[in-house]
Design a protein around this ligand. Structure first.
Ligand code: HEC
Ligand code: HEC
Length: 219
């Protein structure tokens, strides 16, 4: 009960922030959105990210379901994740090690490079309608105070530059999305601001997580 109350307070604070930002963008606008909001140099980042592209794919379009795509991700979000891996606030055997030899400038440059790539894309169709319900309306669970759409934008493609801390999730691999949501629900990933994602995902069943991930992964 307490966590639901805290969630309501946190969500309302975030809602207030969103009201002052431009309205939810149409999906076409979202595609044109500038995701390079930091000071990194994408040209330097291209060279520095060669090792990363070994796992995250050419231009950040990985082919492996468990390696997240980084193409068109906000650089601010990438930078935050790298710093979280470096500090051990987000744990992953490979990524904790990958982050350690990098300077702040390297991280900013690499983030800039990936953010400048064409936005990640899924296969474009699904026969699962439950996912869209959860994503846009919270499914049949009135417990969810804000739906995913409010923060992650139409089809998971992000809102605008002022909300660059809310990652692009539309077009991301399904297996990766499922893993992150289960990690949030089980408190194995605790790095979202005010643990907001842990609170949001808490009410979702395995089936709900599967459905919303299916919906997002095809976008
Ligand atoms: C050997 C494979 C491998 C290499 C090389 C690698 N990564 Fe990763 N990376 C992963 C995996 C696996 C994950 C998912 C980890 C998790 O579940 O937390 C990940 C996660 C990430 C994330 C979080 C993505 C998100 O959507 O939250 C970022 C950012 C990232 N890597 C950046 C990099 C950068 C920058 C480099 C190069 C310096 C790099 N990675 C090199 C395998 C790799
Ligand atoms: C109040 C805003 C908010 C709402 C509502 C919200 N999210 Fe998030 N979400 C975030 C933030 C902020 C992060 C980034 C956490 C971090 O910094 O590590 C995130 C991260 C994620 C990630 C991890 C992405 C990655 O690349 O690792 C997934 C998956 C995700 N959200 C899915 C969802 C789904 C599905 C819903 C609806 C059930 C939802 N979110 C609702 C704010 C929100």
């Amino acid at each position: 009960m307490t966590h639901i109350k805290t969630c309501i307070i946190n969500c309302l604070t975030l809602a207030a922030l969103l009201i002052v930002s431009p309205a939810f963008s149409a999906s076409d606008d979202a595609k044109k959105l500038n995701r390079h909001t930091g000071s990194g140099d994408p040209v330097a980042g291209k060279a520095k990210s060669q090792i990363c592209q070994g796992c995250h794919g050419v231009n950040g379009n990985s082919l492996d379901e468990f390696m997240p795509k980084l193409a068109g991700q906000y650089d601010e979000y990438i930078i935050k994740q790298m710093k979280n891996y470096l500090a051990g606030i987000r744990s992953h055997e490979i990524m904790n090690g990958m982050a350690s030899p990098l300077s702040d400038q390297d991280i900013a440059d690499i983030g800039a490079y990936f953010s400048k790539q064409e936005i990640m894309k899924g296969r474009g169709w699904t026969n699962d309608e439950r996912g869209v319900e959860i994503y846009t309306k919270g499914g049949d669970r009135s417990k969810m105070v804000m739906t995913c759409l409010h923060c992650h934008g139409e089809r998971g493609k992000g809102l605008d530059q002022s909300t660059a801390m809310y990652p692009v999730i539309g077009g991301q691999h399904k297996a990766y999305l499922v893993k992150q949501m289960v990690d949030f629900r089980e408190d194995d990933r605790l790095n979202s601001p005010n643990t907001i994602m842990n609170k949001i995902v808490r009410s979702l069943s395995d089936k709900d997580i599967e459905a919303v991930s299916e919906y997002l992964s095809v976008q």
